[in-house]
Design a protein. Structure first.
Lengths: 227, 227
């Protein structure tokens, strides 16, 4: 599904170069269940942004479904993302003034789903994360964990083939976090490819494969190891 | 240090009333180490905003250091907050365009600390959370866990007597999270009152007292129990 070869990301800050990713090579097949772990600042979110076509590497090759990302136009990247990839961002990235159901409806709108159907699907997605009674709340009227769940519903509503989730249970109590993980795993059994960045060992333990990062590099990959 | 009597917080949404806090009574003494736990949406952050004088209850009495909060002017509340209370917010609440050291310097600026001293103190606070080499980075140039640590440094720089921390290790890997907890606990031994909202059982286990919330109420309080 995705292949990275010698992916490098360097940020230029005035005279200084900051290497956020340092030659990362990685492949993830359709249907895998991968956890990405590592210390704060090790490059996990940067990696996920490149996987999700939200950022371009400074060097190296990234392929998704056999296509080189750098061969695609901005518009083709946006269509591919909208059709195939669901994102849960580390800080949710909700629209500041939209109600929860409109946040969740947004990917359907971009996908061209009819308005008559999209509101209903948005409400169903919210119900799946226990927020049916918060559909009209704006982000400032939602708790941290409720905002995170809106972001999760939004990530799943367009039935993506790949879910990229950055700390998706970070703001959730244990029980709500387990409900979310059960939801992801049900979808995984139906074919969804799961890539989850997490600091929670209990989440990492549920994955079939664990990739560990440090200082912009992959220092271990359990593929072919424990499962 | 703080006393709450029948604290209620109701949000009015058009015709509907949403009770976020439902008659909470609570006292916290100087020097305590309290964890607040509970399900997503149970009212923890709402409670912390009232404790920290950032929000007013709809009903009930809140006292801090013997003074009723509703007897104080907006200006007196701001001065008391700046002098006594450090906040780590659930979503950090950093300024969008300021570098890390300026974020941390802000409480010192409000406290009237001389510019010659405040930059130095800000840099020291950043060093305490392992971010000396990120002092000039703006939030968008920092990882999630680095932003959280900037918020932590900012909360501590003015040497408050009360720390209110909402999920302060939520974006941190285990080891960085333990470094932060060790920092808090050192300050606690020197007299800092610690109130930490957390979903992490390992953080809750370190506290001397655990308050559990559900549906806007306190359902258990281990005071006089385990410690
Ligand atoms: N401005 C508001 N208007 C309406 N409802 C609100 C508003 N702010 C918060 N709420 C509601 O109040 C309840 C309590 O919110 P609070 O943020 O205190 O929860 P919490 O315990 O911190 O949850 P989490 O663990 O998810 O952060 C939630 O159900 C939320 O939807
Ligand atoms: N725009 C930028 N300019 C400069 N440096 C940046 C920028 N964005 C990120 N960085 C740096 O790149 C490194 C990797 O960041 P990244 O967000 O990928 O880390 P992470 O592994 O997700 O960390 P966390 O667990 O704290 O979320 C960090 O050290 C960060 O300071
Ligand atoms: Mg990150
Ligand atoms: Mg909260």
């Amino acid at each position: 599904l995705i292949g990275m070869k010698e992916i490098t990301k360097v940020y230029q800050m005035g005279e200084t170069s900051l290497p956020a990713l340092d030659g990362v090579s990685l492949s993830i097949d359709e249907g895998e269940y991968v956890a990405i772990v590592g210390t704060s600042g090790s490059g996990k979110s940067t990696l996920m942004n490149i996987i999700g076509l939200l950022d371009r590497p400074t060097d190296g090759v990234y392929q998704i479904r056999g296509q080189r990302a750098d061969d695609l136009t901005g518009r083709q990247l946006a269509e591919l993302r909208n059709r195939e990839i669901g994102f849960v961002f580390q800080q949710f990235n909700l629209l500041a003034r939209a109600s929860a159901w409109r946040q969740v409806e947004l990917p359907l709108f971009y996908a061209g789903v009819a308005r008559s159907a999209s509101r209903q699907r948005a409400l169903e997605a919210l119900a799946q994360v226990g927020l049916a009674d918060r559909a009209d709340h704006k982000p400032e009227e939602l708790s941290g964990g409720q905002q995170q769940r809106v972001a999760i519903a939004r990530a799943l509503v367009n039935r993506p083939s790949l879910l990229l989730a950055d700390e998706p249970t970070g703001a959730l109590d244990t029980r709500t976090g387990e409900e979310v993980m059960a939801l992801f795993e049900n979808l995984h059994e139906e074919g969804l490819t799961l890539v989850i960045i997490t600091h929670d060992q209990e989440v990492a333990d549920r994955a079939r494969r664990v990739i560990t990062m440090r200082d912009g590099a992959i220092i271990s990959d359990s593929r072919g190891g424990s499962n």
